[in-house]
Design a protein around this ligand. Sequence first.
Ligand SMILES: [Zn+2]
Length: 211
Amino acid sequence: MIHPATELRLVSAHIGHGVFATRRIPRGTITYVKDELEIELTPRQFERLDEAHRQIVDKYSYIDPRGRRVVSWDHAKYVNHRCECNTMSTGYGFEIALRDIEAGEEITDEYGLFNLQEPMRVDCGCHHCRKVIRPGDITRLAPGWDRKVIAALDGLSHVDQPLWHLVDRRTQRAIQGYLAGQQPYRSVAMLAWQEHAERCMPQLDADGLAA
Ligand SMILES: [Zn+2]
């Protein structure tokens, strides 16, 4: 689920839709949490889809560390990439505002953390546009992304968090432990799809259910 103070708007005929803040969202605000209504597909379920559905899932999903494609039920799936994004996925699973986002500003994301399977051309118009997002970006750029996330996490307990109740208890404890200096920080590198994910999880059957 995406932050409630957001809405879907048409950016342009070329870009399509995007997600915009309807009021100011301060740095450190959790902007997305994977909730129980999200559609999740294992690699095998994805391969079994017909071509039309595969294209839709390919366009609107991100891939989690277990290799599952996640399609949001709400307008979270319309958030566009920007190399100088204002929100970012974290090693805790949720996404966070990296800086203050003003009302009317587009919410943007780093697709390099989505485990893209193919290079993706982008033209975000930012000063340091990478032009192509590559599957290896997550390992190459994680240190810089971590610096941004760490700075944003500083604000987490000082701002309104309408999505906090959707963060699972274990993750809540991990983040509170980190902020209290009692637990290590979880790098964004933890979001990388572990290769051969299916082979590493033999306890799951074809539908992703525990055998
Ligand atoms: Zn760019």
